[in-house]
Design a protein around this ligand. Structure first.
Ligand SMILES: [Zn+2]
Length: 450
């Protein structure tokens, strides 16, 4: 860190050596080697939090200053940090709650737990654990829902700023169908969101998202307030939930009888566009998929959550190959999701496609967790690849991290086989190190709960 304090002298502060993997576009198949770059003995030069060079080790080393600090991660894989496109920061103590389905899970466990985030001390404590957990799992950027309380958004963004992480988050707007302690009003939701934007948007690497929880918990008046925010701040992300389970869809349409379908509610209030992130979107009609495609809104697939809550099988491949393709991203959806790990997430995504008779190959999975999610955020100029000029957010993976993995690795011959092994039986133990803006963050994390 001290180098950065020396004025007018930008010292390349780290040379990170290992096997480098970075995607250039979505892979078309297992043999599509043009879709990624791979350096067997590669190195990244990191200066001032950014990647300043990448290539084979000898070339990068030759271009580096003599005093550069060298970190050797061989034989491990170095990838861009994972991106998690949808999760709930106040649900760390909701994960693993036994419920029949979405609405029972929300009412019995989730809403009471989120009420506690009115207290800033509680919000700050959970924020610490939240970022520890992301980093332990190799995730360097996430798109999160806070609770309805501004204090929760303050804690969320303050901790991101402290760690230098690129995060997207929003104070949830909800003004009905939840306990009193979790309700704002259309005016409060509007005013407090504006305040969160003023306090945090653009500070460090923080991005604020306009966050109406979903149509069930927002009155038409609140949807109008969300629309006003979207018009006033067109650069902001918008996140909400769409078509997660059948009972939710039925109840939503009862609350908005004029709407053609669930998607039409968000369209009606001007909330669909290329910066809109729609959690789940499992049970869409052809008309709804067309609307998503035409507006550029992103369907965010949360496989462990969909299976855990029995919500349904997301037709990811079918949506991607439509004549009017739908943009797709992937996420954990903590705490409806059952793992913080993007590796575990893609394992379940693979199984869901299997049940639908589709194939999801490991190159696609690793593309989705990194560059694919960055494309969904329109942020590939900063994150999701190892391109020079982007932020040095990295995940270092060891495909032989456990005895079972080590044994299986003896028979692995190709890079896709190694990736598939990582995805199928890997978890946080496979994450050797996580870098945020060039700083190693994983080792040294608290191992106990404070
Ligand atoms: Zn969610």
């Amino acid at each position: 860190m001290t180098e950065k304090l020396i004025p007018n002298k930008l010292i390349p502060n780290k040379l990170i050596r290992g096997r480098l993997l970075s995607f250039k576009r979505a892979p078309l198949g297992l043999t599509d080697t043009d879709s990624y770059s791979y350096e067997h003995d590669g190195a990244l030069l990191v200066a001032d939090g950014r990647i300043s060079a990448l290539g084979d080790y000898a070339t990068v080393k030759a271009g580096a200053s003599e005093e550069v600090e060298e970190i050797d991660h061989r034989p491990h894989l170095i990838l861009p940090g994972f991106i998690d496109m949808h999760l709930h920061f106040p649900q760390m103590q909701v994960i693993a709650s036994y419920a029949a389905d979405l609405l029972e899970w929300l009412n019995t466990y989730t809403f009471p737990e989120e009420c506690r985030f009115v207290e800033s001390g509680h919000a700050a404590r959970i924020a610490t654990h939240f970022y520890d957990e992301l980093l332990r799992h190799g995730t360097t950027t996430a798109v999160a829902y806070c609770s309805v309380h501004k204090a929760s958004a303050d804690a969320f963004f303050a901790e991101a700023l402290k760690r230098g992480m690129c995060m997207v988050g929003g104070k949830v707007m909800m003004d009905r169908n939840a306990p009193q302690g979790l309700l704002d009003t259309p005016e409060m939701g509007y005013d407090e969101t504006r305040q969160v934007i003023a306090d945090w948007h653009g500070k460090g690497r923080n991005h604020v998202a306009i966050t109406p929880r979903f149509a069930i918990t927002s009155t038409p008046a609140q949807m109008k307030a969300a629309q006003a925010l979207a018009e006033e701040f067109p650069d902001l992300f918008i996140q909400t939930h769409l078509s997660e389970n059948h009972e939710e869809i039925r109840y939503t349409l009862e609350l908005y009888p004029q709407a053609k379908d669930y998607t039409d509610i968000y369209a009606h209030y001007g909330l669909l566009g290329p910066k809109t992130l729609l959690g789940h979107a499992i049970h869409l009609s052809e008309r709804e998929a067309d609307v998503l495609s035409e507006t550029g809104a992103v369907a965010v697939h949360c496989p462990t959550s969909n299976l855990f809550l029995g919500s349904g099988l997301f037709p990811m491949k079918a949506l991607m190959r439509r004549e009017k393709p739908v943009r797709v991203a992937v996420a954990t959806d903590i705490g409806g999701g059952s793992s913080y790990s993007m590796l575990r997430t893609m394992d379940e995504a693979y199984k869901i496609q299997q049940l639908l008779g589709e194939r999801l190959n490991p190159l696609e999975s690793f593309y989705l967790m990194t560059r694919g999610n960055a494309e969904a955020l329109s942020m590939t100029d900063r994150i999701g690849t190892l391109e020079p000029g982007t932020d040095a957010d990295l995940t270092v993976l060891n495909a032989a991290a456990t005895p079972a993995m080590r044994l299986r690795m003896e028979t692995v011959k190709t890079l896709p086989e190694e990736l598939f092994l990582l995805q199928t039986i890997g978890d946080d133990r496979a994450v050797v190190e996580t870098y945020v803006a060039g700083e190693a963050m994983k080792n040294g994390l608290e191992q106990s709960v404070a």
